[in-house]
Design a protein. Structure first.
Length: 256
């Protein structure tokens, strides 16, 4: 089983110090202390810092109900409890008026053009002619006041008080078998290519798992991991450890 992977660069080291500071603050002052939005890798690093402390609890919330990736951490006293309304998250909603077929990437790009840091934006849901954005409270007025157009389509965001449930729809789902749970073997099965070709994506620096750059072909894939392959897509991997008669692992991949 793959163990915890320590910080891999200066950016991750700095992040761990910030996470530790949040935990220390909650422990010392007996208050609820919050992070900004975390991706899957940052969530793992945050948990590693939290585990160094005692007398506190940790919970995560995305602002939505359902299958979301980006969350805010709350660290609080072990005798306290946290509710969804405690988190510094608001959900913004807009109708999309125009002929563009807009995607998550389009809205994220428009938000980045407003000079909003990624850590203040959670998941972005685009369904039919509607868009929902999980946003840190500090940035909500900026989004509402300044984001009026995405590509050629008009948008007008406002606060959404309804609980939004999101069930992710994948573009493809398929069950296959792999010789091992090494990432080169999994990529080979997902892309239907040779194992050497799968390794070449890794050597070129084009593969990440849970937002962690993968540097070695023997990296072990775990149930629930999200693999991103530059130019080839993003895939969630599911498996329960069962094997075929030929001693191969059964896995199911879901393409975003």
């Amino acid at each position: 089983m793959r163990g915890f992977i320590p910080p891999q660069n200066q950016e991750e080291t700095v992040f761990c110090k910030k996470a530790s500071s949040i935990c220390e603050k909650a422990e010392r002052m007996h208050i609820k202390a919050f992070s900004t939005f975390l991706d899957l890798r940052q969530k793992e690093l945050f948990i590693s810092q939290f585990n160094k402390y005692s007398g506190i609890k940790l919970e995560f919330y995305s602002g939505f109900e359902g299958d979301c990736e980006r969350v805010i951490a709350c660290v609080f006293d072990e005798y306290d409890q946290v509710f969804s309304y405690d988190y510094p998250i608001c959900i913004l909603k807009s109708e999309i008026k125009g002929d563009d077929k807009l995607s998550h990437r389009d809205f994220l790009g428009a938000l980045m053009n407003l000079m909003i840091k990624r850590e203040y934006i959670g998941d972005i849901i685009v369904e039919d002619n509607l868009c929902y954005i999980a946003c840190h409270n500090h940035m909500a007025p900026v989004v509402i006041g300044e984001l009026k157009q995405v590509k050629r389509s008009s948008v007008d965001f406002d606060y959404c008080d309804d609980l939004v449930t999101y069930q992710r729809v994948y573009s493809r789902q398929k069950s296959v078998t792999v010789a091992s749970m090494r990432i080169d073997a999994v990529i080979s099965a997902v892309l239907n290519c040779s194992r050497n070709e799968g390794s070449s994506y890794i050597k070129q620096g084009n593969v990440s798992t849970n937002h962690l750059l993968v540097k070695h072909s023997d990296f072990e894939i775990m149930n629930g991991d999200v693999i991103s392959i530059r130019g080839k897509g993003k895939y969630r991997i599911s498996f329960d450890g069962n094997k075929s008669r030929k001693d191969r692992f059964f896995i199911t991949y879901y393409k975003y």
